[in-house]
Design a protein around this ligand. Structure first.
Ligand code: PLP
Length: 391
């Protein structure tokens, strides 16, 4: 099998699995327990929190473990916006049209709850404009949420520049706007340094970097206004109630440590493979067009539109040849809609309808790329004939 859908999920790293196993077996204690088994689980949580904080250049007290990227994003956006409004800072939120649905739907809920939102568009490469961002700021803006790297086309946003705009705005207007970023797609492919990025909150998902599914991380900068979303016990420093997923958290920390090692070599190797795939497809398939940004792009992402096909048909044909790719966002595959990201980039609907995302991973090699290049041109041709015949 040729697996080129690492943006959807990655295989669990052996070391993450090893780190998890004791907590799925003999070390079953509840970290809140006031006896040896509980203390052992609490020690594992403390170690995972310290290791995760170190990787993100944060303090351990700034790290919350969640049930995944979606929960981290929802918690950050709703939790910060509520707290800011309650403090009388205002009720305006800035976000972008290319966020993952976890962010888009959280913003929609904020609107239902009386917040006003400004949704920034992007250019043809999927980049948000720093000037437009600056113009969207208002005296009642409380939160800006902008993803670090897009899951469909891989475009990287100028997050540190946006943070600088907010610092300057705070100095000039005496009004601080909190900045959250969905950085789910970034670990392993670029530096994720919470302080260098200048964010107040940042969300990660373990299964995108070789950790387990259902486990995520929320960086919440010290003193960031925050109201918990999950209510109950006092876990996670009173910020996220519920008995901790000790095994998942141990696996998350182990996977993040490995993802953050050797990034430059990984990026160079995988980018070369991605370029070979890109050039090979463009040379072999007439009317193929690459979607995304040439300069600010995750090295493992290749989103290509094939004119005159339906992407789910092509993905099924590739699957029959043992190749796993995706029609953009795996999270929204249940019912086909044109990708909101491609539409925001101005890609015509016909081209958006025929787009396929190949996302490479640490285990991808040259043979995988050659297998796709051998199968793809013929399958695109057959997919085109199928669409033409149905007309
Ligand atoms: N944000 C982005 C950019 C993603 O790609 C995903 C997963 O597809 C998520 C958020 C949601 O993460 P999770 O699957 O851990 O809930």
């Amino acid at each position: 099998m040729v697996y080129l859908d690492h943006a959807a999920t990655t295989p669990l790293r052996a070391e993450a699995r090893e780190a998890m196993l004791p907590f799925l077996g003999e070390r079953f204690g509840n970290p809140s327990g006031l006896y040896a088994e509980g203390r052992e689980a609490q020690r594992a949580l403390d170690a995972a929190r310290a290791a995760t904080a170190e990787r993100l250049n944060a303090r351990p007290s700034e790290i919350l473990f969640t049930s995944g990227g979606t929960e981290a994003i929802n918690t950050a956006m709703l939790g910060i916006a509520y707290a800011m409004r309650r403090a009388g800072a205002g009720a305006h939120v800035i976000t972008t049209a290319i966020e993952h649905h976890a962010g888009i739907h959280a913003a929609q809920q904020l609107e239902e709850l009386g917040f006003e939102t400004t949704t920034l568009g992007c250019d043809g490469a999927g980049r948000v404009s720093v000037d437009e961002f600056a113009r969207a700021l208002r005296p009642d803006t409380v939160l800006a949420s902008v993803m670090l790297a897009n899951n469909e086309v891989g475009t990287i946003q100028p997050l540190a520049e946006l943070a600088a705009i907010l610092r300057e705005y705070a100095a000039r207007q005496r009004h601080r706007v909190m900045l959250h970023s969905d950085a789910v797609q970034a670990p392993g492919w670029m530096a994720v340094d919470a302080r260098a990025l200048g964010v107040d909150a940042l969300s990660l998902s373990a299964h995108k970097f070789g950790g387990p599914k259902g486990s995520g991380v929320l960086f919440l900068r010290r003193a960031t206004p925050f109201r918990p979303l999950l209510l109950g016990g006092g876990q996670e420093m009173q910020k996220r109630a519920g008995t901790e997923n000790v095994a998942g958290i141990a696996g998350t920390a182990a996977a993040l440590a490995l993802a953050c090692e050797g990034v430059a070599e990984r990026v160079a190797r995988v980018r070369a493979l991605r370029e070979r795939l890109r050039e090979g497809i463009l040379a072999a398939v007439p009317d193929a067009a690459v979607n995304g940004c040439r300069t600010h792009c995750l090295p493992n992402n290749l989103n290509v539109s094939f004119d005159g096909i339906e992407s789910d048909d092509l993905v099924a044909r590739l699957d029959a040849r043992g190749i796993a790719a995706s029609t953009g966002s795996a999270c929204s595959n249940a019912m086909w809609e044109p990708s909101h990201v491609l539409l925001a980039m101005g890609v015509p609907i016909r081209r958006a309808a025929g787009s396929v995302r190949f996302s490479l991973g640490e285990g991808t090699d040259g043979a995988d790329v050659e297998a796709v290049l051998a199968a793809l041109p013929g399958e695109v041709e057959r997919a085109r004939r199928a669409v033409a015949a149905a007309r």
